[in-house]
Design a protein around this ligand. Structure first.
Ligand SMILES: [Mg+2]
Ligand SMILES: [Zn+2]
Length: 197
């Protein structure tokens, strides 16, 4: 039986692109250097790449779901200009305490819940136990642990502030360095498999 593919689950703000508080303007999307290279190399290695992002600014009435989609289009445009591609982008617009229904909701998609990862796993045949979560917040790392994925905290975005209070499997300077670490783990798996050990 096919054990399922490896997935790379990436937080968006502060991980792929520069953190801007409640980013809603496509013109303010700016890639962190090396992000596109990391994603392109993962694409080339046959790893599915997903964005999983909490966007409670919707529940808080700060921006709309249309704004999120516009930001995602811009993000994909900037990545595509460097040959990188996202397999899917998932977002949670909810908040448990703020805003009107349907956005004020205790949902299963808001990180550190695993709803977005499980949806991707089902749609794309991803094996979460062999997959990785990369993010700049402890909630990203908790999401990964909750889904039994490997976890890497990046020191971009809120990473430096968050680092003392969370226990990721690995800490990396940025997404590109996080990918280099993950790539080594994947290569090791492949070589141990092909050597039959
Ligand atoms: Mg973030
Ligand atoms: Zn949600």
């Amino acid at each position: 039986m096919n054990p399922g593919a490896t997935g790379l689950f990436l937080d968006r703000d502060g991980t792929i692109n520069v953190e801007r508080e409640y980013l809603s303007d496509p013109d303010r999307v700016e890639l962190i250097p090396g992000s596109a290279d990391a994603i392109r190399e993962a694409n080339e290695a046959g790893i599915r790449v997903f964005v999983v992002t909490n966007q409670a600014g919707v529940a808080r009435g700060l921006h709309s779901e249309a704004d999120i989609l516009a930001v995602h289009r811009r993000l994909e445009e900037l990545l595509s200009a460097q040959g990188a591609r996202l397999d899917a982008l998932y977002y949670c617009p909810h908040h448990p305490e703020f805003g009107p229904p349907p956005y004020r909701k205790v949902c299963n998609c808001r990180k550190p819940n695993t709803g977005m990862l499980r949806q991707a796993a089902e749609t794309y045949g991803i094996d979460l136990a062999s997959s990785f979560v990369v993010g700049d917040k402890c909630s990203d790392i908790e999401t990964g642990k909750n889904a039994r994925c490997g976890t890497v905290l990046v020191l971009t975005g809120y990473g430096r502030t968050e680092a003392p209070s969370c226990t990721a499997d690995h800490v990396a300077e940025n997404l590109f360095e996080a990918w280099k670490h993950i790539q080594k783990i994947i290569q090791k798996r492949i070589s141990s498999f092909s050597h039959g050990s």
